[in-house]
Design a protein around this ligand. Sequence first.
Ligand code: DC
Length: 204
Amino acid sequence: MVIAIDGPAGAGKSTVARAAAERLGFAYLDTGAMYRAVAVATLAGGGPPAAWAQELKVLEGSRYVVDGREVTGEIRTTVAAEEASRIASDPALRRALVERQRALMADGDWVAEGRDIGTVVAPDAALKVFLTASAAERAARRAAELGADLRVVLADQTLRDEQDSRREHSPLHAAEGAVELDTSGRTVDEVVSEIVRLAGDAER
Ligand code: DC
């Protein structure tokens, strides 16, 4: 069974998806990390992003090696996030990563998070969730997490939201049949419990 979790930056996807996967005993796929790892490789080595997508290795579900180099730490920087958002509009890269993601999820039970899981990668997912939160709350969470200035985070977030939702190929929007969950003012535990309950319903 596949559970697709999509939504904008800072909606809490990673925290929620990881916790839901753990509670359900499912594997967890962070597709944003794949775009970020390709971004790091592109920044370091140049060349077409799609070529790096073929190279990318995902180890133990949470370590990323590209061009023979582990980039797991580097992908969490603002520079990597911005470059990931920029290259994510490249259709050749999207095709290459979607293919890799489908192959990874061909067997077993998965919670996969990103921007296009319910719309493109796994439109037949048993459960599709679109996570949102107010722009102010998303920025506040990120600023606290990164120890960064709220205004800078908000400006960066607005730019990425625009890029992610306006791009021509696979723009961010809720998939047909997706359950929209607003995480504003709700704890991680409440949101995860709701997803676990919805997953139980989907299995029936
Ligand atoms: O979720 P994240 O912040 O780690 O994602 C980084 C960028 O990668 C995001 O700005 C858009 C892109 N992305 C995408 O286009 N499709 C996905 N399935 C996941 C991420």
